[in-house]
Design a protein. Structure first.
Length: 111
């Protein structure tokens, strides 16, 4: 099977949703990708474990409204974490500041 590269924005979005406790199936529907693609992204990000046992935080992260930045401030497994929620850059999952941080981290990873 050919390896399909996923853009960093998709990867980070999938990882954020997964860390927020969403199942891979729900994430696949939300981002419009196959469940296999979502599982692959989670796997490569080190988020392993049984698919049906998503981490269940004692509280629920409130997802931002459509168009809200999906950067998570804090540890998503701990109470007090929240999504940034600022308006996103067109076509991105984050606001300008967080988008720059994600891209910078991704570029470091490639080196
Ligand atoms: Zn943000």
């Amino acid at each position: 099977m050919a390896r399909v590269d996923n853009p960093p924005e998709l990867r980070a979005r999938v990882i954020a949703l997964r860390q927020g406790g969403m199942t891979t199936e729900a994430i696949a529907k939300r981002v419009g990708k196959s469940r296999d693609a979502v599982v692959g992204i989670c796997w490569r990000a080190g988020l392993r474990g049984p698919q049906r046992q998503a981490p269940r935080p004692a509280y629920r992260l409130e997802f931002p409204a459509a168009g809200g930045c999906q950067w998570i401030d804090g540890d998503p497994r701990q109470a007090g974490a929240r999504f940034c929620g600022l308006p996103v850059v067109a076509g991105a999952a984050w606001c300008a500041g967080h988008r720059a941080r994600v891209w910078a981290a991704w570029c470091d990873e490639l080196q």
